[in-house]
Design a protein around this ligand. Structure first.
Ligand code: PLP
Length: 400
């Protein structure tokens, strides 16, 4: 009898973590490496949020809380959904968890039985398929090619729906492509969903606030209220509030679903950290003015990276609407040979070449389900980005 559970055979370790670790190992060996793999803002958590955490510690907010979050945090989440998305959720329709990751995990564990299908547009965030597989579900991928802005073609989406489809998983703005659906584009998707009332909508709005050029963000249940009774709206403080390490994510949805997710959480982690919850109350209720300030910096970096990558031989980089990623195609490098005599066959070969000969760590598109591409996170200093893009240009020019 094998010691490890069979379910482990279904999943693979995170490719984004693997790149970070490879880059770290090269650095430890004395190589100068620019890491563009990590999906977290380089900005520090705002001071008012840190102060709220310190106050929580000093005033004894150090005990277990309600499993799904303190009343104060749930109230702040209810207010956020109302204020920013026009969504009305009651306190009993809210759960706070240890990161958006745990929210997603709870939701899949609570709803998937063997063979239930989850439609995932590709490219997708690396963890989605593995989470579905761990919960015994079946991920169904719908390719969203670069020539459609990495967005779903409604007809292709509709073709993927079967009687076993339980969830449609939307992530806009997207990790890894940065693509975000305009109101009209999202309407075309919600129209498809209205024709299939058995399909539930899981929307991962984690990058809601990270949009540029006056892009207007819409969440599915906000745009199409008829979807509200079958939508789980997921969000968190990690990205917009620069709080990745604090581990707070949350969701609003139908009461029965939230209760089932809370029951599961009660047997895994119980409540998310009481101190992080207090900090998140301040994040959601406190001043929001640092978000546009950070976005101005992100936008400048995005524009720089897109422009410099489009000057590299064999690379084509579209301009994404949001998040802090670009997802260029490296199709023009496939079939070429490196100065070391190695032929580039795949995007994985290309990113290995970039890491080993240019000292730039990026993640291959195959990890996100759409190749040949690679993902660059521009949540790092402008200076490092400029240097990295110069190195990429040089590495591409050296291919024959
Ligand atoms: C699309 C997406 N969803 C969810 C998460 C999870 O975020 P967290 O668990 O930090 O809240 C991430 C983090 O990288 C993400 O990119």
């Amino acid at each position: 009898m094998p010691f490890l559970a069979q379910r482990l055979a279904r999943i693979k370790p995170s490719a984004t973590m693997a790149v970070t670790m490879k880059a770290r190992a090269l650095k430890a060996a004395g190589r100068e490496v620019i890491g563009l793999g990590a999906g977290e803002p380089d900005f520090d958590t705002p001071q008012n949020i840190k102060d709220a955490a310190k106050r929580a510690i000093d005033s004894g907010d150090t005990k277990y809380t309600d499993i799904g979050g303190t009343p104060a945090l749930k109230k702040a989440i209810v207010a956020k959904f109302k204020r920013e998305n026009g969504l009305d959720y009651g306190i009993d329709q809210i759960i706070a968890s240890t990161g958006g990751k745990q929210v997603l995990f709870n939701a899949f564990l609570a709803t998937l039985s063997a063979g239930d299908e989850v439609i995932i547009p590709a490219p997708y965030w690396v963890s989605y398929p593995d989470m579905v597989l761990l919960a015994e579900g079946t991920p169904v991928f719908v390719p969203c090619p670069q020539n459609n802005g990495f967005k779903l073609v409604p007809e292709e989406f509709e073709k993927a729906i079967t009687p076993r489809t339980k969830w449609f998983l939307l992530n806009s703005p997207s990790n890894p492509s940065g693509a975000a659906y305009t109101k009209a584009e999202l309407k075309a998707i919600t129209d498809v969903l209205l024709r299939h009332p058995h399909v539930w909508v899981m929307t991962d709005d984690m990058y809601e606030h990270l949009v540029y050029d006056d892009f207007e963000f819409w969440s599915p249940a906000q745009l199409e209220p008829r979807l509200y009774p079958r939508t789980l709206t997921i969000n968190g403080v990690s990205k917009a509030y620069c709080m990745t390490g604090w581990r707070i994510g949350y969701a609003g949805g139908p009461k029965e679903l939230i209760k089932a997710m809370t029951d599961i959480q009660g047997h895994s982690t119980s409540n998310p950290s009481s101190i992080s919850q207090a900090a998140s109350v301040e994040a959601l209720n406190g001043p929001q003015d640092f978000i546009p300030k950070n976005n101005a910096v992100f936008k400048e970096r995005r524009d720089l990276v897109v422009s410099m990558l489009n000057q590299a031989d064999g690379i084509r980089c579209p301009m994404p609407e949001g998040a802090f990623y670009v997802y260029p195609s490296c199709a023009g490098t496939i079939g070429k040979t490196t100065p070391q005599g190695k032929r580039i066959e795949t995007d994985e070969d290309f990113v290995t070449y970039l890491l080993e000969s240019a000292g730039v760590a990026v993640v291959q598109g195959s990890a996100f389900g759409l190749a040949p591409h690679f993902r660059i996170s521009y949540a790092t200093s402008t200076e490092a980005l400029r240097d990295a893009c110069k190195r990429i240009q040089k590495a591409c020019a050296a291919l024959r």
